[in-house]
Write a protein that binds this ligand. Structure first.
Ligand code: TYD
Length: 216
């Protein structure tokens, strides 16, 4: 990629315990091998304002938080991270690999919380001014298997959303599958119940094909 072109915006999505952290590292390695210059980030991405918003959302004491408040706060945090970190990189020709973006809000707030995918899409369109990723990997796994990974301590500390019922996490998955159908070109579903090596191989294959097509 020559430095003057816009960078690529690649996101990783998945339910809790789907193995995103490990897969992020794999995608990063693959991008390096393809000679793509990129930054790795995650919402809220070390952006102070966005971090503060995120702390309010995920605080386990905030059980009274209304679903629309939650959706608006995620959108606000996303906006700040996008404006301060993602867009400037893309404009410099640096690609961005981001752990979670708009699809998380569509699946968690739009579908699982029942606010409506379209409604949550609307507030996010305001927040992002229509910026969508160029490519999204969705790590698909049965919620029971994902939550079991977290319980086994293979993840990180439990936050307010992990405390939701398995039923909620089932809905998150259903939501993601619907969103993947809405954006078949952009979202690539990866079977995350496979072993690490198989997941990595799948992603590498898809990424190579995507970059090849882009450079053709
Ligand atoms: P995150 O800190 O990314 O944790 P992980 O990806 O390791 O699960 O996300 C924390 C929680 O926030 C997670 O349960 C997903 C949820 N979430 C939403 O509900 N909506 C959103 O827009 C985002 C970005 C995250």
């Amino acid at each position: 990629m020559n430095g003057k072109e816009r960078g690529l915006f690649i996101t990783l999505e998945g339910g809790d315990g789907s193995g995103k952290t490990t897969v992020m590292a794999e995608v990063a390695k693959a991008l390096e091998e393809h000679g793509v210059s990129f930054i790795s980030t995650r919402e809220p991405g070390g952006i102070e304002i966005a971090e503060k918003i995120r702390d309010i959302i995920l605080n386990p004491q905030h059980t009274a938080m209304d679903a629309r408040t939650e959706a608006l706060l995620y959108a606000a945090s996303r906006r700040q991270h996008l404006a301060e970190k993602v867009e400037p990189a893309l404009e410099r020709g640096v690609s961005v690999l981001c752990d979670r973006f708009i699809d998380s809000s569509l699946a968690y707030q739009g579908y699982a919380r029942g606010l409506g995918i379209q409604e949550v899409l609307n507030i996010n369109m305001f927040a992002t001014q229509g910026r969508f990723p160029d490519l999204t990997f969705y790590l698909d796994i049965e919620p029971e298997a994902g939550l079991a990974r977290i319980a086994a301590g293979q993840g990180r500390k439990v936050d307010r959303l992990d405390m939701e019922s398995t039923q909620f996490h089932r809905k998150v998955r259903e939501g993601y599958l619907r969103i993947a159908e809405m954006y078949p070109e952009r979202i690539r579903r990866i079977d995350a119940s496979q072993g690490k090596d198989e997941v990595a191989a799948d992603i590498r294959g898809q990424l190579s094909a995507f970059l090849k097509e882009l450079r053709a």
